[in-house]
Design a protein around this ligand. Sequence first.
Ligand code: SAM
Length: 285
Amino acid sequence: MNYRHAFHAGNHADVLKHVALLALLDALKAKDSPFFVLDTHAGRGRYLLGGEESRKTAEAETGVLKLFGQAGLPDVLKRYLRAVEADNPVGALVAYPGSPLLAAQALREHDRLAACELQPEEAAELKALFARDPRVAVHARDGYAAIKALLPPKARDTKFARGLVLIDPPYEAQDAEYPRILAALEEGLARWPNATWAVWYPIKQRRSLLPFFRKAAALPAKSALVAELQVRPDDSPLRLNGSGMLLLNPPWRFDAALAPALPVLRDAVGETGASTRLEWLKASS
Ligand code: SAM
């Protein structure tokens, strides 16, 4: 099946991805020095829910909408819901912010974001969204090639020792996406070894991901972590049964910040047989 992740807005996979993204950005903000974010597959930045795009509302109903109104949520989930609310009128959810918009909202004055999007209409929307934000550069180009072209990052006289690269491809190439991701990570780690790298991946049948994990653990990163949310058992290879984030060089105690969110998400958006995982593929030495 060729599911188009680009058209999911606020579903369970977006929730995991965007909760993790915001937690990573907050960890970067713990220090004053500027940081740089590269979003290699950025999308259009904002997705409208409701109206003619009612399918997107249905997606959100399987994800983000299940969290609103829940009491006692862990901090990283409260933080995520506040970010979604910030892009909406009070008391309504009409739009879902994508990764570049969430990142831009989190940036400080001296931080920078480069967002790449290959599809011309999506890139045009993204350019319009950030037309007045000098901290954000939108590139209508291949996000993998941008790793070579834009890293290590420089902006005028600022060199960024710290930062984050989000790799969130649509997996239209199915399994052929994984070698591209691994090659991009290898190239990227050589260019910007201290950065944190966050790769979103779909889970249809988890065992088919094991070679990817093995190769990811062998990359020259200091550490590698996976965080996963499976919303149902992975017994059907045709459905998006869950998703995960591979994190290379995650910030200190990122796993502890994310850990309490996973069971809450499992219970809120999962079906019978839902599960989570937070596992070091390579622990920092
Ligand atoms: N990261 C976004 C978010 O979290 O809101 C969603 C991105 S969506 C899953 C994937 C996007 O990558 C699509 O908008 C698609 O047009 C774009 N895309 C596909 N191939 C690309 C490439 N080689 N380089 C950059 N963008 C690409």
